[in-house]
Design a protein around this ligand. Structure first.
Ligand SMILES: O=C(O)CCC(=O)C(=O)O
Ligand SMILES: [Fe+2]
Length: 313
């Protein structure tokens, strides 16, 4: 039911026949489900344990310290204390150069611990690199699978794609102000191109199928969840599905996750190759700032199909 794709070994080597077959599986999963679990051999269980410890350490800091994590965009900084999501808190680091440069993570670390925290900085930087590498591998596969590799370097480079890095905690139900809520995260689709999530061993992520059924995603060890967002769905002229998902906490331990969220910095325009009689143009050119802004409005919140309401033809 849940697509699982191996992105290790030959499958991760562009040009090999294994890569081509993995690529076709990625395309099929993204069109049918809008997400898949990637099997990935790069995280040792020690690295996963270390990053979970680091997440505990940062979320254990006093609220006023976490609230120093502010951003111009309300979606990119500290989020928490929301009555509708009493178990949830998250911290964000936004910077285009995140994948190549330790500086944004270092300045976030220094904001949380003015006297420094080298091990936190190193483990987060390691994960940001790995997750954004997977984002780049998967996006390359998607471009190739549509025969659009000629646009890949133009579209998915350090100038055009920005990575938001987000750390998240979902506390055990009963531990928040609302004793009865098990809502970790309310239903939504991501506004990203792609989202890549790593979790500790606690499940809770649920995704809604096209048929409207909720399924809980059970992450195998060392796996990553790759989800398509509205930006990529729009770019693909609706071929790729951006699934609605939520987090429901049913376990006795907190769930810790971290993820990279890729955003296109300029205007997204559907490639002409993806428009034909069978696939008439669905969206006008759009940008993600505008989409996020519209999402924040009353009208955007009510829209049954956000992208269509925002920039539908
Ligand atoms: O933490 C997770 O598993 C998912 C979080 C999520 O859906 C989001 O931040 O958009
Ligand atoms: Fe999400």
């Amino acid at each position: 039911m849940i697509p699982v794709i191996n992105l290790t070994g030959e499958n991760a080597k562009p040009g090999t026949s294994s890569w081509v077959s993995a690529r076709e599986k990625v395309k099929a999963a993204m069109e049918e489900h809008g997400y898949f679990l990637a099997i990935h051999d790069q995280f040792s269980s020690e690295a996963s344990a270390a990053v979970t410890e680091a997440l505990k350490e940062v979320f254990d800091l006093p609220l006023e310290v976490k609230k120093r994590n502010v951003s111009d965009n309300p979606f990119y900084g500290y989020r928490g204390q929301k009555p509708s999501m009493p178990l949830y808190e998250s911290l964000g680091v936004f910077d285009a150069s995140l994948a190549r440069d330790i500086e944004p993570i270092r300045s976030f670390t220094n904001l949380m611990w003015p006297s420094g925290n080298q091990s936190f900085c190193e483990i987060m930087n390691y994960f940001v690199k790995k997750l954004s590498d997977v984002d780049r591998m998967v996006s390359r596969m998607i471009y190739e699978s549509y025969g659009l590799e000629k646009y890949y370097d133009r579209d998915w480079n350090v100038e055009s794609v920005a990575y938001l890095f987000r750390m998240m905690i979902y506390r055990v139900p009963g531990s928040g102000d609302d004793q009865y809520s098990n809502v970790g995260c309310l239903p939504h689709s991501d506004k990203t191109l792609l989202t890549v999530i790593h979790q500790n061993e606690v499940n809770g992520y649920q995704v809604k199928t096209k048929a409207g059924e909720w399924i809980t995603v059970d992450f195998p060890p060392s796996s990553l969840l790759i989800t398509a967002g509205d930006s990529l769905s729009g770019w693909s002229n609706g071929r790729i599905y951006a699934p609605v998902h939520q987090v429901i906490m049913r376990e006795k331990e907190a769930r810790y996750t971290l993820g990279t969220f890729s955003f296109h910095k300029g205007t997204i325009q559907i490639p002409k190759e993806l428009v034909d009689d069978e696939h008439p143009l669905l969206y006008k050119p759009f940008n993600v700032e505008g989409l996020l802004e519209y999402y924040g409005t009353e009208e955007g919140q009510q829209a049954p199909d956000l992208l269509k309401a925002y920039c539908g033809v």
